[in-house]
Design a binder for this molecule. Structure first.
Ligand SMILES: [Zn+2]
Length: 333
């Protein structure tokens, strides 16, 4: 884990005492959180909405919207090269072997279906149409959807990530935030946001804008970390899903449902998923070790354990549907 602090890039902040979904004043959940992934300067406090029917988590103070970009200087979407040392190659081989083995073990299970459906945000089996993706990530999702016949466009607030994906896949990427770009209303069949809503300054404004640009009957599909996940319960402040200061709001299923309904959406699907959780367990282990200042487990053993934990989490979701790592929402205009 590289920790390169640059104090000249300290983010300016503003207070954010009230829940963005239900306006209740929050209570302190964590203090003194640091950017364990990219080393952005600063310590962060996370509040939780005290309403049991909401439970949203958020940063207070939170970075000014204009300064958020500074927290992405060394983010993974910038494609920084990683040293190919023998240990890393070995760990990558162990991880690939676990992944392949898990595919055999999950054959015919709901976990296998989740993993396959998530590759296309659960819309791959429908008829293709127009798709606006918010936050391009690696670009692989959009490339895959284009291959299935969808007319794809992307909006990305980070110009470095936008240029990288535009160049790599030749997909049109508009730079900015969706509300700023003022797209025509009633335009798209689907708006997709994979692991994006937790990054934005005003998630309710973003949901409203998603609804405005969707055609009547069009669908929003989104995934985001789940504040009630097994991994958050186990790791607490070391949970990878917290990711301060890039994750400004972390939802529960109830908070996301309330926010979507408030914006006029009809909820079609609201579940939690475990398909992508192995890496979260591994990263949370590393964060916990870093914070504790000692290594508690050999890296390859940690990788194997992370895949076992993914399966254990999936089993838990059969009993408690709120336990999965990620919330997945499908909502119609
Ligand atoms: Zn709330």
């Amino acid at each position: 884990m590289t920790m390169t602090r640059n104090d000249a890039d300290t983010l300016r902040t503003e207070t954010s005492p009230a829940c963005a979904v239900c306006a209740q004043p929050g209570r302190v959940l964590y203090e003194g959180l640091t950017d364990y992934l990219a080393g952005t300067a600063g310590q962060w406090r996370m509040l939780r909405c005290p309403d049991a029917a909401c439970g949203l988590l958020w940063l207070d103070p939170k970075p000014l919207a204009a300064d958020l970009i500074k927290a992405y200087a060394t983010y993974h979407t910038h494609g920084a090269s990683r040293a190919r040392d023998p240990a890393r190659l070995w760990h990558s081989a162990v991880n690939s072997a676990c992944k392949q083995l898990s595919r055999v073990l999950e054959l015919g299970s709901a976990l296998g279906r989740q993993r396959r459906e998530l590759r296309t945000m659960f819309i791959g089996s429908g008829s293709p149409g127009t798709l606006l993706d918010i936050g391009c990530g690696s670009g692989r999702f959009l490339n895959r959807m284009r291959g299935l016949g969808w007319a794809v466009e992307d909006v990305e607030f980070d110009p470095v990530a936008a240029a990288r994906i535009g160049k790599k896949y030749g997909i049109p990427v508009a730079v900015g935030s969706l509300p700023e770009l003022r797209y025509a209303q009633d335009k798209y069949d689907v708006v997709a946001m994979s692991q994006v809503i937790e990054h934005v300054h005003d998630p309710v404004a973003l949901l409203k804008e998603c609804r405005r640009v969707l055609r009547p009957g069009g669908r929003l599909v989104l995934s985001t970390p789940n504040a009630q996940s097994v991994a958050h319960r186990l790791y607490g402040r070391s949970w990878r899903g917290l990711e301060p200061p890039r994750h400004l709001h972390i939802f529960t299923t109830a908070a996301l449902e309330n926010a979507a309904r408030r914006c006029g959406f009809q909820i079609q699907k609201l579940v939690t998923l475990s398909a992508e959780s192995a890496g979260i367990y591994r990263a949370s282990d590393v964060i916990m070790e870093t914070q504790g200042g000692r290594r508690t487990r050999a890296a390859s053993a940690g990788i194997i354990r992370s895949w076992l934990m993914r399966y254990r989490e999936y089993r838990e979701t059969l009993r408690d549907p709120h336990a999965g790592q990620d919330i997945f929402l499908v909502a119609a205009k």
